[in-house]
Ligand binder design. Structure first.
Ligand SMILES: NC(=O)C1=CN([C@@H]2O[C@H](COP(=O)(O)OP(=O)(O)OC[C@H]3O[C@@H](n4cnc5c(N)ncnc54)[C@H](O)[C@@H]3O)[C@@H](O)[C@H]2O)C=CC1
Ligand SMILES: O=C(O)C1=N[C@H](C(=O)O)C[C@H](O)C1
Length: 239
């Protein structure tokens, strides 16, 4: 496949390395906006840019009839508009807050645990994410996905970004975001009672898991039309 990389930072460069190892080629890279004529040379576009650029990059790809996958976080207020554009253009679009296989399995574990904990009101759930200090958004896209899955499978109603040890009302999940040098991405969910804690945790050791997942998603979506998620790619819808 000829791949266009929209965003050529830490993730763009990791994807390039793994894509070449899988015999794909990189036909276009950009770190500032999109040249549509160059984009049109690609079989697929992969967007790992910045929150303020993602909507425009994805829209450009859809209008150029190039399938697009995006891992950029912090732009989801515009998700529904992008879905509409994809439908209007009869295009192909996939967004994932986290492309790694491990985190997508962890999403299912989190949903199962939320179902199990429903009704056990003595436990207070909380969520923590830790990332490197260059990260622009907080909480992480993955933390937001985890919080939404807990809400979908429990009687909780909302989540809120809080400082460490800050309390929320009983129906709101407190989410803390820590920034520490060189951390690729750590997410944990803790159910705490007076007598014990139950905790699940995912730790990324590098960016390679995210990059490999993004390339697998690109290979999968290339000949399909519609709006998809990593659950479709990894066949995790019915677990
Ligand atoms: N979904 C997932 O699995 C993952 C998502 N991410 C997300 O991907 C995004 C990028 O992450 P990193 O590569 O670590 O960040 P980075 O800061 O290393 O790279 C972002 C690049 O985008 C460029 N950029 C700025 N404006 C642009 C524009 N208009 N068009 C194209 N590129 C533009 C910047 O110059 C920079 O080179 C972030 O939103 C991050 O949260 C990161 C890792 C995994
Ligand atoms: O910015 C990052 O680095 C990451 N961002 C994604 C997120 O916001 O969840 C995924 C991963 O945790 C790394």
């Amino acid at each position: 496949m000829k791949i266009a990389l929209l965003g050529y930072g830490k993730m763009g460069k990791t994807i390039e390395k793994l894509a070449l190892e899988r015999n794909h080629s990189i036909c276009y890279t950009t770190s500032s906006g999109v040249d549509v004529e160059q984009l049109k040379q690609a079989d697929i576009a992969i967007d790992f840019s910045i929150p303020s650029a993602a909507k425009e990059n994805i829209t450009s790809a859809l209008q150029a009839q190039v399938p697009i996958i995006s891992g950029t976080t912090g732009w989801l207020d515009h998700y529904d508009e992008v879905v509409k554009t994809c439908e209007q253009e009869n295009g192909s679009f996939l967004y994932a807050s986290n492309f790694s296989l491990g985190v997508n399995l962890f999403f299912n574990l989190n949903a199962h645990l939320a179902k199990l904990m429903k009704g056990h009101e003595q436990y207070q759930v909380s969520l923590e994410e830790i990332h490197h200090t260059q990260k622009l958004d907080a909480p992480s896209g993955t933390a937001i996905s985890l919080a939404k899955d807990i809400i979908d499978h429990s009687s909780l109603k909302d989540w809120k970004l809080v400082d460490e040890n800050e309390k929320t009302d009983k129906k709101t999940i407190p989410v803390t975001a820590k920034r520490i040098e060189n951390v690729s991405g750590t997410h944990s969910i803790t159910y705490s009672s007076v007598v014990d804690d139950i905790e699940i945790k995912h730790t990324a050791h590098s960016r390679e898991g995210f990059a490999l997942g993004a390339i697998i998603a690109a290979e999968w979506i290339k000949d399909k039309k519609g709006v998809f998620s990593m659950k479709d790619v990894l066949n995790l819808n019915n677990l």
